[in-house]
Design a protein around this ligand. Structure first.
Ligand code: E4P
Length: 218
């Protein structure tokens, strides 16, 4: 499973990159607004930090022509830009037009397997089902994800599935067990994936015993 970081904050992206586990970045207007910087400055900074892995940047137009125009502008910012397009009638048309121009898309705001089916048929590069937001309305986000994986496997869709709106480590574990292509994970959840109290206790004991036994390696 590939790990994308779901943030526009450069310090967070840098850390995940330094850990050597970064496969890509996803942003949205909300995440860009949280940087406190003008959106373009924040986006260019991300593209400079991550020049060789997919970086999703979202359009804000809602009509077909507007989305296509904005997508072309965003795509000019870097070869690795993936344009996030909302799942709407106009969005699905835009995905097809952009595919014909060789521009990669990530269909966002997907909440059902039927929406994902249509995004796949339209030829989206990626589809992003929002697991956490489905859970928020007392439905099961993981069930939606499982259905999408099953449908995509049945019809050999090339569209890659990005499990999005991940809220906790259990979401990540279940994504991995389902074999989803990619999970886009908030920085604080990636940090939590590292943590286990037994690792801390175990390391403390090893270091104490090394001291007692005068073990020095260098
Ligand atoms: C990523 O592509 C989505 O925009 C993001 O995961 C949404 O997460 P949220 O539901 O926590 O805002």
């Amino acid at each position: 499973m590939k790990i994308f970081v779901d943030t526009a904050k450069i310090e967070e992206i840098r850390k995940v990159k330094e850990w050597g586990i970064l496969d890509g970045v996803t942003t949205n207007p909300t995440l860009l607004s949280q940087t406190g910087k003008p959106w373009k400055e924040a986006a260019l900074e991300i593209l400079k930090e991550v020049p060789d892995k997919p970086v999703s940047l979202e359009v804000i137009a809602t009509d077909f022509e507007g989305m296509v125009k904005e997508a072309k502008e965003l795509a000019k910012m870097g070869d690795n830009v993936v344009v996030k397009i909302p799942f709407t009638y106009e969005g699905i048309k835009a995905v097809q037009a952009l595919k014909a121009e060789g521009i990669k898309t990530n269909v966002t705001l997907v909440f059902s397997s039927l929406q994902a089916l249509l995004a796949g048929k339209a030829g989206a590069t990626y589809v992003s089902p929002f697991i956490g937001r489905v859970d928020d309305i007392a439905y099961n986000g993981m069930e939606v994800l499982e259905e999408i994986i099953q449908i995509y496997n049945l019809y050999d869709f090339e569209t890659q599935i990005i499990a999005a709106s991940i809220r906790h480590v259990d979401h990540v574990k279940n994504c991995a067990l389902l074999g989803v292509d990619i999970a886009t994970i908030p920085f604080k959840v990636i940090e939590q994936m590292f943590k286990h109290p037994l690792t801390d206790v175990g390391l403390k004991r090893f270091l104490e015993d090394a001291k007692k036994a005068n073990i020095t390696i260098l």
